[in-house]
Design a protein around this ligand. Structure first.
Ligand code: ADP
Ligand code: MG
Length: 222
């Protein structure tokens, strides 16, 4: 078996996703990864889900605003998949084709963790819709910043912005989300998924993030 990560034909640059529960440090680590890429003169595009396009950002607002009406898991999933489809077609694929490294703050596996693990929809159903929405495009590498739910929520509480609808879910919800992520990591295997212990200091986590992405960045022109 080849040691290089699987790639879709025509996409020359790496596609990296960061996943994990609220407060695990995705935004923090993406900013630090971006600094590293800047220092090395690499072209990259940072994007996020839900959102990533004006259409997706409007759906993000519907999904996350705390005063919004309660949504069942399937309604959430349909909104997320609609936003995801636009995100893939308008942002991710064009950036990859243009030669930029794409770094996604959440992607399709967030739906496996939140709408299947958290809300109780079938994992198979979520993966089928993910596959349709993304045309089968999966990240070359996913970094799962793993953290107990109580630690993540305590960090979120310390952040100076109002908590969104997901962040306001009960601790059990976040425990199920974490468990679903760990199960995904086990299922996808180490080549595609790296579990990083996100309880440690920010700098220590960054070292591990950079070590994990280094093989993907090697041997490519700036
Ligand atoms: N390794 C860490 N140790 C302690 N605090 C952290 C760590 N990583 C991030 N934080 C803090 O925790 C909060 C949540 O981090 P953030 O990057 O916003 O998480 P996410 O984007 O995954 O929700 C922020 O206030 C951030 O400064
Ligand atoms: Mg964030």
């Amino acid at each position: 078996m080849s040691s290089s990560p699987p790639r879709r034909e025509g996409h020359r640059s790496p596609f990296i996703a960061l996943e994990g529960i609220e407060g695990c440090g995705k935004s923090t680590q993406i900013a630090r990864l971006a600094e590293h890429l800047d220092r090395n003169g690499r072209a990259y595009r940072i994007t996020r889900e839900p959102g990533g396009t004006p259409f997706g950002d409007a759906l993000r607002d519907l999904l996350l605003r705390p005063e919004g009406e309660p949504l069942d898991g399937l309604t959430e999933l349909f909104l997320l998949e609609a936003a995801r489809r636009r995100h893939v077609r308008e942002v991710i694929v064009p950036a990859l084709i243009a030669g930029s490294i794409v770094i996604a703050d959440r992607y399709a596996d967030s739906s496996v963790a939140y709408q299947a693990g958290g809300r109780g929809l079938s994992t198979e159903l979520v993966e089928q819709l993910n596959d349709l929405a993304t045309d089968g495009l999966m990240p070359d590498l996913t970094l799962l910043l793993d953290l107990p739910a109580d630690v993540g929520l305590a960090r979120v509480a310390g952040r100076d912005r109002a908590r969104d609808r997901m962040e306001r879910e009960r601790i059990d919800f976040h425990r199920r989300v974490r468990a679903a992520y760990l199960e995904l990591a086990r299922r996808r295997g180490e080549e595609r998924y790296r579990v990083i212990d996100a309880r440690r200091d920010i700098e220590v986590v960054t070292d591990e993030v950079l070590a994990a992405v280094a093989p993907l960045l090697k041997g490519r022109d700036a």
